[in-house]
Design a protein around this ligand. Structure first.
Ligand code: NDP
Length: 626
């Protein structure tokens, strides 16, 4: 594909095909097509991984910091606070242990596509050597325990504890953090590290409540029913007919294990994912241990710099994510746009032409820039990339109709790209059937079957690989409301778009820190962003303590300026998103996403540098301190 002739591409035809596929999928109900996991459906979020329910009396205490969430974000906040000498904190976690995403998502095959040497935080501090380039659920969960042990975090954690509300109390400058266990903690500071993909969602398919067989969501895998572990070997399924609904990044990883173990597997597909080669490999421990101090940060930085479209001397991670950028930089250095074109697909999904141009200034003369029709270049490159992905389906999948149904017809970054070496081949098994719904989704669920197009597929178990809430209200996703000064709810504050200073401080919500990608540095390697946010929080808390201050709040003008900067610099992705097949990336095809809800557009490294500079000035500018 890399040498394909761009002139052979009929973009009109490509656009027509993509938009016809998109139109089949856009639904008037948008996010409303999903069912919230409450009421009769609340059991879908019960914790299947605990041995026993914790029995304890309510805690009534006064602490410096309450950290909500015991995933990587909460653990990093704790570690960075400890490094600043602040140890009076409590971590509140609804699961039975640390891990967050990795506590819940331990389905068979669960694994991370970001290189483990950059994904795992604190690698230099712990000296841990991940077994492979891409880690898996079991190793990640055990690494969380390693961190917890090294820093003594378990003694500071309240597990199986769900926060029910947080309320600012002006009289004593404290947050009151209440939980479903009856706890009432008075905290000077609260860190909201509750995870961007934390609340499972279900499709509101007709009859979903009628099913009498077994059922669960992938983020609450029922190993008592399936047998096996996150490594597979699901020996409880040998005599079971299973339906999987959904074919996103989660399904891509668990379907091969289900196919290997179930008597019969039906995979109900609405939109196919793009599935590239994964290429995992064992770690050379000598290599990792011979790295110089500072290697971890350098590697994380190198990866994110490359993904932000900026040049680096060497691609340290060298994988599916960075490959395209390597080609781009190499090709453009040679002043050969046709080579560069091969890699522009990534930029096509992520950057505006303006940003793209500014990133390329070092490589192209002004004249060359004027000659390139960048939008079309990007589309053509994306087309070749997607053709490569579609051709891979033909090469692997034997049945022609199944292969055709598994081909994604949209631009790469319309959906989360996936990497797997066994997913496509699973459809060659005689016991595995792809039920392609041609964009429409499952029509109905009955007492014993999943229905599509008048056919009832009788099954013993339905597994929902239907993902997590993204476009809904913050408090709904967090599972608790945050009430600031004069009872102002965060849901009301952000009803017409996010407002913050540095994505973390919110006017009206003193001493609260919000972790997340919006108005902040979004990094594909999300733990990197969580680590930088944690360093920032730890600095601010210790700086306030050093000054003898106990109240800090985003200043009105600082918040307004930050929101304006986010909007001014926002990537102009509207046209791209509008042409995309629906999904959580584009608010299910309803483009109500406001520019101010975007991450900092210059990329995560620029954002982290900005925070670093802000800290080094040591003036706490932009915060009203008292
Ligand atoms: P997604 O939201 O990506 O996928 C949900 C799936 O359910 C989609 O295929 C969707 O179809 C389908 N679906 C929804 N409603 C229906 C319906 N009524 N009928 C049929 N199908 C339906 O969730 P995932 O859990 O797969 O992934 C969430 C995110 O988690 C990823 O985007 C990624 O960020 C992260 N992740 C990362 C992994 C990694 O590192 N490899 C692995 C797993 C997850 P449609 O596309 O048509 O909406």
């Amino acid at each position: 594909m890399q040498n394909a002739d761009p002139k052979s591409v009929d973009l009109k035809q490509v656009r027509a095909k993509y938009s016809a596929e998109r139109d089949k999928r856009v639904r008037a109900d948008g996010n409303e097509q999903y069912k919230e996991v409450v009421g009769d459906f609340a059991y879908f979020v019960d914790d299947p991984y605990i041995d026993a329910v914790v029995q304890r009396g309510p805690e009534k205490r006064d602490v410096d910091v309450v950290i909500i969430g015991g995933g990587f974000g909460g653990m990093l906040a704790a570690v960075r606070l400890l490094e600043q000498g602040i140890d009076d904190f409590v971590i509140i976690e609804k699961g039975g242990d640390f891990g967050g995403t990795w506590y819940w998502n331990r389905y068979p095959g669960a694994s991370c596509d970001i290189e483990s040497y950059i994904y795992f935080p604190l690698l230099e501090e712990t000296g841990f050597v991940p077994q492979q380039k891409y880690t898996n659920a079991a190793e990640t969960l055990s690494y969380c325990r390693t961190i917890a042990e090294k820093y003594g975090l378990a003694d500071k954690a309240l597990f199986q504890t769900e926060v029910s509300a947080t309320q600012w109390q002006e009289a004593n400058h404290r947050w009151l953090v209440e939980t479903a266990m009856g706890d009432a903690l008075a905290a000077r500071f609260v860190v909201h590290a509750n995870g961007p993909l934390n609340r499972p969602k279900l499709p509101a398919i007709d009859g979903i409540g009628d099913f009498k067989g077994h059922t669960f969501h992938t983020s609450r895998w029922d190993y008592d029913y399936t047998g096996g572990s996150s490594d597979g070997n699901l020996n409880g399924l040998a005599d079971k007919k299973i339906a999987v609904i959904g074919t996103g990044a989660t399904a891509i990883q668990c379907v091969p294990h289900l196919g290997a173990s179930a008597e019969q597997l039906y995979v109900f597909q609405r939109t196919p994912s793009s599935v590239e080669v994964r290429n995992n490999g064992n770690t050379d421990a000598d290599w990792l241990q011979s790295q110089n101090a500072g290697w971890h940060d350098e590697r994380r930085r190198n990866f994110e710099t490359l993904l932000a479209g900026k040049p680096v001397k060497q691609d340290l991670v060298a994988d599916g994510w960075t490959d395209a950028f390597k080609l781009l930089v190499g090709g453009l250095r040679d002043k050969a746009p046709s080579k560069g074109r091969v890699a522009l697909w990534v930029l096509g999904g992520l950057f505006t032409p303006a940003m793209y141009k500014s990133g390329l200034k070092e490589y192209l003369t002004d004249k060359a820039m004027r000659f390139m029709n960048l939008q079309e270049e990007m589309e053509i490159s994306d087309f070749f990339k997607m053709e490569g992905i579609r051709n891979r389906v033909d090469n692997v999948v034997e049945d022609m109709a199944t292969a055709e149904a598994l081909k994604p017809y949209y631009r790469l970054f319309c959906k989360r790209p996936c990497f797997h070496d066994d997913y496509l081949a699973t459809f060659n098994r005689p016991n595995v059937t792809l039920v392609d719904t041609d964009g429409r989704g499952v029509s109905r669920i009955t007492e014993n079957a999943v229905m599509f197009d008048g056919v009832a597929y009788e099954v013993d178990c339905i597994i929902f690989a239907t993902g997590f809430e993204v476009g809904t209200d913050y408090a709904r996703r967090a599972g608790y409301q945050v009430n600031g000064v004069d009872g102002l709810a965060i849901s009301d504050k952000w009803a017409n778009g996010m407002a913050s200073f540095h994505g973390m401080h919110v006017r009206g919500f003193p001493n609260a820190f919000f972790f997340g990608p919006n108005q902040s540095g979004f990094s594909a390697n999300f733990t990197y962003a969580l680590d930088e946010q944690s360093r920032h929080v730890a600095y601010i808390v210790s700086a306030l303590k050093a000054r003898g201050k106990n109240r800090s709040e985003a200043a009105a003008n600082a918040e307004a300026r930050w929101v304006a900067e986010i909007i001014d610099k926002a990537r102009e992705t509207e046209a791209f998103q509008a042409a995309c097949t629906p999904g959580y990336y584009n608010n299910e095809g309803h483009l109500t996403r406001r520019r101010q809800d975007q991450p900092y557009s210059e990329g995560p490294v620029a954002f982290f540098d900005l925070l670093d500079k802000w800290r080094s000035r040591d003036r706490l500018e932009g915060l009203d301190i008292s």
